[in-house]
Design a protein around this ligand. Structure first.
Ligand code: DQA
Length: 144
């Protein structure tokens, strides 16, 4: 039961980046929480961060996972390429955001990804990722 977690651009800056919006945890601290919950849920997790849209597309194309949890960050609002990659991979996916993108600037309310995801979890900080892992656990059949 392998879950791929992708963090998009600028999420490597968490901790230092707009803490009033994104909290004070670093990406390493968030990844630790993801790994700990994945172990509890008996999910094998791979975590990938990139600031590069093409690298994210290439990672999605590898197809070495049963379920995708993705925070596309700013590419949420711009990337047809990421949307197409997720659709082409044909794996169940959940879009996550630390902040609630629907109560921020107008341009953040549009997601190019939501239409190819099972759902979107937005606004719960690190808990957004943890909720997505729990949803993946429920969705995946034993053995997947
Ligand atoms: C984000 C929200 C995006 O609008 C923004 O560009 C990010 C982070 C979030 O997790 O809240 O980089 O995806």
């Amino acid at each position: 039961m392998r879950v791929l977690v992708i963090h998009g651009p600028n999420l490597n800056m968490l901790g230092a980046r707009e803490p009033e919006v994104y909290g004070s945890r670093t990406l390493e601290e968030i990844d630790e929480q993801i790994r700990a919950l994945a172990a509890d849920l008996d999910l094998e997790v791979s975590i990938f961060q990139s600031n590069d849209e093409g690298a994210m597309v290439s990672r999605i194309q590898k197809q070495d996972y049963a379920f995708l949890v993705i925070n596309p960050a700013a590419y949420t609002h711009t990337s047809v390429a990421l949307r197409d990659a997720i659709a082409a991979a044909g794996k169940p996916a959940i879009e996550v955001h630390l902040s609630n993108i629907h109560r921020r600037e107008e341009f953040r309310r549009v997601s190019y990804i939501a239409g190819v995801a099972l759902g979107q979890i937005s606004g719960f900080g690190v808990e957004s990722y943890l909720l997505a892992l729990r949803a993946a656990r429920t969705y995946l059949q034993p053995g997947e």
